[in-house]
Design a protein around this ligand. Structure first.
Ligand SMILES: [Zn+2]
Length: 118
């Protein structure tokens, strides 16, 4: 499997919210929508997560690049299940099992591990 080379080559706009705060009181005076531009991932890295990894393996869900890119595209923060979504079922199950075994479970991985497997 190859990375989609058409993705991750342009800056993308990430929506944010800007809060104007009274610095003396901490009161939020008003809120407005804003955005910032996320630079493309460096060459030689995965365009989704900006980490060097085999395209068959999951994205690095802890990567800020992955988190902000995903948020910009989906309007929500990614889960480990999202980072595994492009992997084949065997890879998904193996990664989910290892992540859970290492205490890394955001609550989305249990569906990847069959109940009757070890
Ligand atoms: Zn990746």
């Amino acid at each position: 499997m190859q990375h989609d080379t058409t993705r991750g080559t342009k800056q993308i706009s990430i929506p944010t919210r800007c809060e104007h705060v009274d610095m003396r009181t901490g009161e939020i005076l008003n809120t407005s929508k804003s955005s910032f531009m996320l630079a493309p991932a460096p060459g030689g890295t995965c365009p989704e997560c900006a980490v060097k990894h085999d395209p068959r393996d999951p994205h690095d869900a802890a990567s800020f690049h992955y988190q902000y890119r995903f948020f910009g595209e989906h309007g929500r923060w990614p889960t480990w299940n999202d980072a595994l979504a492009h992997c084949d079922p065997v890879t998904q199950e193996r990664w989910a099992r290892e992540l859970v075994a290492h205490g890394i479970d955001d609550g989305t991985l249990s569906g990847q591990i069959p109940k009757d497997s070890k």
